[in-house]
Ligand binder design. Structure first.
Ligand SMILES: [Zn+2]
Ligand SMILES: [Zn+2]
Length: 213
């Protein structure tokens, strides 16, 4: 779904999910984030599966942590504060923020324990409101990783460390894994290993944002 379709889908879902007194402010928040894939993914996930199975509305988003295009967000609503993990590909509900994060993959990704995830994010005043990634010129325009960090694997902006071309388009992935196509998880894993051995090229905002316009 493109951004406009996603936004329309969210606004439609909201008609069923949001109480009358909250809808104007909730819509306004969506409008302000309408060009940002990360937050639209969170809105879409939230309004599709209301966490507490009762009417609710998102009032604010705060950025708790982000790394390599993966965003940990506090989602403040009329009823509660929830935690989501979001990328430009999708968003995942992690539960009420005060209960901490249980998802092992997310904890490992950010190098946190469950206990730390409660302690660290207890005082929301310490965290800034989320700024739409596309407004941040230091971020990759496709996967939203920060300057100097690795892209989400599969991001078309990532430069191939072998040939200097576009990693998703050049033929190095076939050559290096010795396959005609990378058709299953094992092939992909092998390729990732080769890639990590070689050393991936992080996003460089000064060189890469400009060439993409
Ligand atoms: Zn990228
Ligand atoms: Zn290559």
């Amino acid at each position: 779904m493109n951004l406009t379709d996603t936004k329309q889908a969210i606004l439609l879902l909201m008609e069923y999910a949001v109480n009358d007194e909250d809808i104007a402010a909730a819509r306004e928040l969506v409008e302000r984030h309408q060009n940002d894939r990360i937050s639209l993914n969170v809105f879409h996930e939230f309004y599709s599966f209301l966490p507490e199975a009762k009417n609710d509305a998102i009032k604010f988003l705060k950025l708790l942590a982000d790394k390599e295009g993966g965003f940990l967000l506090a989602v403040g609503t009329v009823n509660n504060i929830f935690c989501y993990f979001a990328t430009t590909e999708g968003a995942e509900f992690l539960g009420p923020l005060n209960e901490g994060i249980w998802d092992k993959e997310v904890l490992d990704f950010f190098g946190l324990s469950h206990k730390e995830s409660i302690e660290k994010f207890k005082d929301l005043k310490k965290f800034a409101f989320y700024i739409p990634a596309q407004m941040d010129l230091k971020r990759c325009p496709v996967c939203a990783t920060n300057h100097g960090e690795l892209h989400r694997l599969g991001c078309p902006v990532e430069v191939c460390p072998w040939c200097g071309g576009q990693l998703t388009k050049c033929h190095c992935r076939f050559q290096k894994s010795g396959r005609d196509q990378l058709s299953n998880e094992a092939h992909l894993r092998l390729f990732k290993e080769k890639l990590n051995e070689k050393g991936r090229i992080p996003f460089n905002a000064t060189e890469q944002s400009l060439t993409l316009g």
